[in-house]
Write a protein that binds this ligand. Structure first.
Ligand SMILES: N[C@@H](CCC(=O)N[C@@H](CS)C(=O)NCC(=O)O)C(=O)O
Length: 215
């Protein structure tokens, strides 16, 4: 198979890329990476020296594509079944990318800071955690009015939804979505989408490893 996704089933940024692969029914090989296993990490460092998941490799075209948004852009440009995920016209693509950036930079990133604090050995940083929670709340404030419904861009499922789902699903463990009913309803709709439901199902066996699962 030409495409290989280097991924882990618990990884939120990998969910962001699995969703469009399943949406567009694109065949690929799953290559699960264990970043904490020294041998597997060393193998993955040869693929992507930053050792961040996911990466998509395309043996037929000789391409290595890191970064979740770039992977989805690659799929949209190369596979007709994925074209609707990101409009070809830059002016039409911009609102999709704005939603993608809000989800990644202002919800996903502060959520990661909280997970990082939880996993870190050594002194804890409750002030930093509160700052990250406040940042996530500002991210929710920014994203909520951008959800046109039923999906982020209206009727068409796009890159924006692929980015929003993992960010909101996981950040909900840190800052409950209940004060943002638009976002809560949006996430509930997303969970019913077959591509998203499949990603959630595949994560079930490893979800016990998620450090915030019990609050
Ligand atoms: N900007 C990257 C972020 C990727 C990222 O942070 N991935 C996490 C997994 S969800 C990771 O590889 N973490 C391992 C580490 O930081 O060592 C993207 O959009 O793909």
């Amino acid at each position: 198979m030409a495409l290989t996704l280097w991924y882990h089933p618990l990884s939120s940024f990998c969910w962001k890329v699995l969703i469009p692969l399943y949406e567009a029914d694109i065949a690929f090989t799953h290559r699960e990476v264990q970043l904490f296993d020294p041998q597997d990490r060393a193998a993955y460092l040869k693929v992507w020296p930053l050792a961040k998941l996911p990466v998509l490799t395309d043996d037929e075209r000789g391409e290595t594509v890191p970064e979740s948004s770039l992977i989805i852009e690659y799929l949209a440009r190369k596979y007709p079944s994925a074209a609707s995920l990101l409009p070809a016209d830059p002016d039409a693509a911009r609102p999709v990318l704005i939603r993608d950036r809000v989800a990644d930079n202002y919800i996903h990133a502060p959520f990661f800071a909280i997970v990082g604090e939880r996993l870190r050995d050594g002194p804890k940083d409750p002030f930093g955690v509160e700052q990250s929670k406040a940042a996530i709340a500002r991210g929710y404030d920014a994203l909520a009015p951008l959800i046109e419904g039923p999906w982020a861009m209206g009727e068409t499922f796009t890159l924006a939804d692929c980015a929003a789902f993992p960010a909101l699903y996981y950040a909900d463990y840190a800052v409950k979505l209940d004060e943002w009913p638009t976002l809560r309803a949006y996430v509930d709709r997303l969970k019913t989408r077959p591509s998203v439901a499949r990603v959630l199902k595949e994560a079930e066996p490893v979800f016990h490893m998620f450090p915030l699962k019990d609050g």
